[in-house]
Design a protein around this ligand. Sequence first.
Ligand SMILES: [Zn+2]
Length: 452
Amino acid sequence: MSPMIKKIEQFRKALLIVIIIIVTILVVWRFFRLPAQYFQALDVSFVDITDYYDDRTFACTMSWDDFFANTRNFEDMFGMLNSYDLTYTMGVITEHAEIRWSDIQDAFDWAQRNGTKANTPYLMELGSHSKDHSFPTGWDNATAYDQIWGSAMEIKGNITLDGSFWAMNRTEYVLAWIEPWGQYSAYTRKACGDYYYLTDRDTFGGLSETYWKLWDSEYGSYEVWGAYYDADRVSNLTLKNGFDWCYINRRIFNIYGHPNNAKHVWDNPKSHTADWIKYISGNTSCWYAHHGTLYSYHFIETNQSGALWIKALENNEFQITVNSTAHKLYGLSYPVTYKFNIPSACSTANVYYRHRQRGNWIKLPTKTPADFFNGIAACRFDFNNSKVYISIGFSDISDDIYLKITGKCSSVNQMGPAYKCSNLVVSAVAGAFPSRAPRRGRNETSTQNKGE
Ligand SMILES: [Zn+2]
C-alpha cells in the first residue's frame, strides 16, 4: 500500500470516528436533554382541596344493614352493586347467631376484584352495626363501649383488611358506625368518638341528610348522619329523582336499606331494585365512595384538628404533611384532591409524587373527565383553565406527600406575577382552610323515616 493510499485510509477512518462521535452526541442530546426539559418542575400554585374527590359535581354513598352471612338476598344485592361498580358500606352484626366470617371475607374480596376492574378499588366497606343489634337507648356506658368498640375489634380480628383503605402498617380501621334501630345516646356518641369512628349513621331521612355533617367536638367524631331515604320503602321514581336532585344541588346521595329484609324482596322485586341501582351507576360527574372514606376525605379537606400542612418547596415542589397522630388514628390513605394553578399554554404535563424526600419520583396516571374512576391516585389536567386536579392519599411509609408538576408550556418563562410563588412560602397552614357551610336547597324536607 502506497503512503498516499495509507493516508487516505487513515483520513477516512478518522472521518468515520468523527461522524460516529457527532451522531452519538446528537442521540444523547435527543434522549437526555428532552427528558430534562420535561422533568423540570413547573411554577405552580396551590389553590385548595376540592369539596369532592376529583372536583366532582356530587357524590353517592349507600349503606346496607344487618349483614352477617352471604344469604341469598345479600348475594343478589352484592351482585347488582358490584356489576354496576357502586361503592357501599355494610353494617355487620358481629355476634349474630348465624354469623359467617368467611362469607364476609369472600364478599369483601369479591367487591375488591370487581372494583379494581372499574378503577374504583374496594367497592365494599365494612362498618359495624353492633354486636347483637339490641336497642342502643337501653345501653349504659359500659355496654355502649362493648357494643361499639368490641364489634369493631371483632371485624378487625376476623377479616383481613390488608392493603385496603382500612389498613395501614399493622393497624386496621373500622370508620363507620351504623346505629341499630336508628338509636343513639350520649353514651353511644362518646363511645364512637373514643373509638375513632368517623361517621355515625342514623335512619332519619330527608334532604338535609345529603350534605357533610359538622365535626362534633364534644364527642370527637362527625355529627349523627341520617340517610336520604330507606331504599326498602320508597319508590324507584323517588330514588331516581333524589339522585338527580343531588346532582343539580351538588349534594351527597345517601341511601340505606336492608337486603336481607324479606319485605325488600317481596314488595320491591329485584328487577325494580336493579332498575334504580342501574340508574345511579356509572356517572362520571359523581364521586362514589363509602361512609368512612367520604369522611376520611372530608377530614383532610376541612383540615380537621389542624391535621394538614401544605408548603411550597424550592424547585417548585410541594410538600403535604398530615398530622402524625391523625394519620395513625384514621389511616387517611383514601386519595384527596389538591387543585393547583398551572402555567397557561401547556400542551403536555405530568404529575410526579413520592412519600420521602429522597425517594424515587413516581408518575401519577392521567385521567380525563370521560374516564370512570373513584378513589385512585390520579391526576386530571384542565389546560383550558390552567388547572390540575391531583388526587393522592397518605401512605404507610411517611406522613408526607411530595409533588411536582412537569410539562411543556410555552409560557413557562413568561409567566405573570400571578403564577409566581416564592420559595419556602407556606401556602396553607393548619386552620387556614375556610370552613364551608352546608349548601341548603329550597323546599327542604325532613321526613322521620325510622327504620332498623
Ligand atoms: Zn339493623
